[in-house]
Design a protein around this ligand. Structure first.
Ligand code: OSB
Ligand code: MG
Length: 379
């Protein structure tokens, strides 16, 4: 924590001169699949806020479909345009404005988009990096890779080998019914010492507890979201039956959810996707709550473009982000991304914080134009 820092929540909002939505569709190098769905392109809603010649951007983590979470790029655009932007009255502090978002039920991804863009704008106005605006010192960020569902164990092993050779600090493999215990066993046999974890994206039920116990043999750092995508209670019944730590992803939308999960003993780790929990400030509150209870957190990813990826990197300067997250190199996802600089693994497999004010990334106008599906000027 930086000493004597001035909380962005106390900053008074001015008039936004211009507000735009840009929906982009950027092709992935290869499709990314979970137990639920597979995505061949990254479609993302971007929010652009302009004030006094400064520009702040926010990337919404919602997909165009409701296959990870109920929010979509379209519902987020509706919520932002028709309900959230009007709370940004000049003269209110950021904290007050975000407090007003509370009356809009749910929709944390839409809320995070606005918050992210405002914080980027504020940091750029002050000429400081986003992590400094949040109150945290720069530090190298550990890397982690999330490998989607593969066609065969051979294909999976090739992907894991590539990740290990590149120096990733931990490997996450997606699992699903029919591609689980034997697949984890195959990876563990070939790579006995790597930090390895499995993410089921909610593919199992409590009745599978006996089967999931089979994963205890492989020294996984954790199993992510084995049960229902909104569930906390059943995870609290599963956790005591397993040696391996459970980690919740989809079930955590707020500090209240995180507190319920810890209170019930539903998990021993939390994956914080800042977009899924309503933004960076709520993420920090969750990280603190977990830290006070000895529970580590890590930063998840939503296959973001370079913009959202940079936000996740800044977030990982916050205390208690003590486990490598899902932050991997840009070139895994995109042949051509809309933002510069790309994320690359530096010495020791660490990732540097993009230098400069705000998120530290800039959007390339030509590439942004090329991948734009839709533009809407709100003001
Ligand atoms: O469950 O963490 C997940 C991607 C899309 C939707 C859900 C998830 C993921 C990932 C990829 O695991 C994380 C990333 O590489 O950004
Ligand atoms: Mg997950």
């Amino acid at each position: 924590m930086i000493k004597n820092f001035h909380s962005p929540e106390d900053e008074v909002l001015g008039t936004l001169d211009r507000i735009d939505f840009v929906v982009v569709s950027v092709p992935f190098v290869e499709p990314f699949g979970t137990s639920v769905a597979s995505w061949a392109v990254k479609e993302a809603l971007l929010l652009r806020l302009e004030q006094d010649g400064f520009v702040g951007w926010g990337e919404c983590v919602a997909d165009p479909d409701p296959y990870y979470d109920g929010e979509t790029t379209t519902t987020a655009r509706h919520l932002i345009r028709d309900f959230l932007l009007k709370e940004l009255e000049p003269g209110r502090t950021l904290g007050e404005a975000l407090g007003r978002f509370r009356k809009v039920r749910g929709n944390p991804m839409a809320k995070a988009t606005v918050e992210n863009a405002l914080l980027d704008l504020m940091a750029r106005r002050r000429g400081i990096p986003l992590h400094e605006l949040l109150g945290y010192e720069a530090r190298p960020v550990p890397s982690g890779i999330s490998i989607g569902i593969q066609e065969s164990t051979g294909a999976l092993l090739a992907k894991v080998e590539e990740a290990v050779d590149q120096g990733y600090h931990r490997v996450k493999m997606k699992i699903m019914r029919g591609k689980d215990v034997a697949w984890v066993a195959a990876v563990r046999e070939r790579f006995p010492d790597i930090a390895l974890m499995a993410d089921a994206n909610g593919d199992y039920t409590l009745e599978d507890a006996g089967h999931l116990k089979g994963l205890d043999a492989f020294g996984l750092t954790m199993i992510e979201q084995p049960l229902g995508y909104h569930d906390i209670y059943q995870h609290s019944l599963l956790q005591p039956q397993l040696k391996t730590a459970l980690c919740l992803d989809e079930s955590i939308h707020s500090l209240d959810d995180a507190a319920a999960a810890l209170g019930l003993g539903a998990c021993r780790v939390i994956n914080i996707k800042q977009g899924r929990v309503g933004g960076l400030l709520e993420s920090i509150r969750i990280a603190r709550h977990c830290q006070e209870r000895g529970v580590p957190v890590w930063s998840g990813g939503m296959d973001e473009t370079g913009l959202g990826r940079a936000v996740n990197i800044h977030l990982q300067t916050v205390d208690n982000f003590s486990i490598p997250g899902d932050t991997s190199e840009t070139r895994r996802y995109f042949r051509e991304d809309i933002a510069d600089p790309p994320v690359v693994l530096g010495p020791g497999g660490f990732i540097a914080i993009p230098p400069g004010p705000g998120t530290g990334v800039t959007l390339d106008p030509g590439r942004l134009e090329r991948y734009t599906l839709h533009r809407e000027r709100v003001r």
